[in-house]
Design a protein around this ligand. Sequence first.
Ligand code: ADP
Length: 651
Amino acid sequence: MGPLLKLYIALVVANAVLLLGHDLSVVAQWPYAWSAGVTIALIVLSAIGDHLHFEVRRGWYTNASAVAHIAAAFLLPPGLAMAIAALGVGLRALRHPLAPPKLAFNVASITLAVGAAAHLATRFGGPDRVSPGGSWTDPLIAIVVSCSYCVVSAGLVAVVVALDKRRPVWEVTRGNLSVQTMGEVGLGTVGAMLAAMLNSAPNWAPMLLVPAGLLYLAKQAMDRADRRSRNMAVTSAVGRAVVGTLDPERAFQAIAEGAVLEGLKLDGLALVPMGSPPAFSEHVACEVDRPALRAAILEQLVLEPRQIDLHIGPGRVVPTWVPEDVRCARLAVAAIPFGAGYGRPVGGLIAWREVNAGRAAFFDLDQMLVLKTLADYAAVTLETARLAQETARLHREAGQAEARREMEALREVARLKDEFLGQVSHELRTPLTIIHGYSELMVDGMLTEPGTIRQSADEIHTSSALMLRLVDDLLDTSRLDAGRIELKTDRLDLATWLTRVASGFGQATPTHHVVAQLAAPLPSVMADADRLGQVMNNLLSNAARYSARGTEIRISAAVVDESVEIQVIDQGTGIAAEDCERIFEKFYRGRHGATLAVRGTGLGLAVARQLVEAHAGSIGVRSTLGRGSAFWVRLPMAPAAKAGASRARVA
Ligand code: ADP
């Protein structure tokens, strides 16, 4: 507070004391009659009116005591009217303590304002002017008197604000006090009307207290509702901020700052961690920080995790652990441990408020509820962060496992390719060696007998056919992979076609008994005969390669579930259960010992599967190790054939 401001306040207070002293001493000389009942009623009204304050504009309040003050100015001697106003402000200070200079100025300015109004009213004729027989000018007088009251009070306050904030007086007046003045002129006029009423019927004065009391209660209820909605706004704003982040530090910052300070009228709020390692760092939002008090409270929360609700102030009994330097302050303090649901509390929420004008000396139930909700938010924030971390860890682990699996799959592919290359080279080398050997014999003229020449030519032919098949398979797989094979589909009469395939293969493979077992009638399918022939050839040559000489190879066909199923059944080595799916993969050869004795590339079945799937069909195998295998191919029936086939089955 600057020296000029101090001097100004001193001048106003001195003026008020002098005027009040003088006017009280001449109360008896007041020329008009006044009643004690009206005086008492106005004292009470003034005190109640002081509690009925309204926010005219943000931060600028006016109160209903102006009604009682103007009524007193008309009906009572100026000294008494001034004393009533001074008493009202003084009584209000009992509930909402003020710093002494501020209180003195408030009392003095209102005393002077009422003094001005009362002297003016006396000049105009006092109670006579507001009697029922008054002239037409009376309402005008009421407004003039109210104006004098407002101009003096607003003017005195404007200078204080201007000196305090170091702004020009006219700017302060124009900005906010003008609105307040208008409010007070209105209230003052109501006061003049009240004076008129009381002047004509002074015995009704006590009855005034009923509506005033009701108004007071209504205002209290409105204030409570207002506080609650403000508290809800605080919790919802903080809730939004907390939900919007997974980072506890940011969420705690939002809880500590956010709307908390404004909404709860706090001077400080701290979220302090306990335990080690701490789950978060300390977050403090404050205008006045009190680290010693915070530390002492946290110590108490660690010792005993329970809610603390403390009023510190002169004359109050406070626990011994409250630090010395805080004991003389006027403070309301609340502390709530949080996170206790997970064993012991992980932190404490501490709120404090300097108690002065307009700030209650305690946290009411609603505010405690808000603080508890904030503490719950803090606990939820920590739990959410913990869950998020846990989820991230699981994701990381799952990702690592996935990467490992992919790595293993890649290794397996690389291994299979190496194996394949070795196999292919081997497969190519064997027939090539044979071709090379025989052709060399021929070139050198070593073969003269027509019989041996013919035999050698046969060997060369067989070996080159083998090489051709291998190269064809390789080309087919790469073409199928690239989607470069086009099917020339046509309606294929399965019965005729399969009979031809069976007899052709039977003649070419005298080592085995090839048998065809075809259900009649067999529907036709839409297929590329060459490609389907390639599939059959693969299956049949496998059947021959993986079974002993002299055993039977059976080709069967029947309608199964709206499709035609062709089977190639042998009595050979069979396939291990774990290999049955994998043998259709490219380059995969069965792991069974019997397979290893037979040369191959692991490509035949892969090509077969790709070709069957290109026909919208499917392929698979049923096999028992050591007993034989049954490879099946299912193809969709040709559209027109469907009806015929189902008719045939029904018949
Ligand atoms: P390849 O016969 O050249 O190895 P395939 O793709 O034709 O390649 O066959 C893959 C694997 O399936 C073979 O290595 C073999 O282990 C197994 N297999 C295929 N057909 C039969 C069958 N009829 N009997 C037993 N095993 C078979």
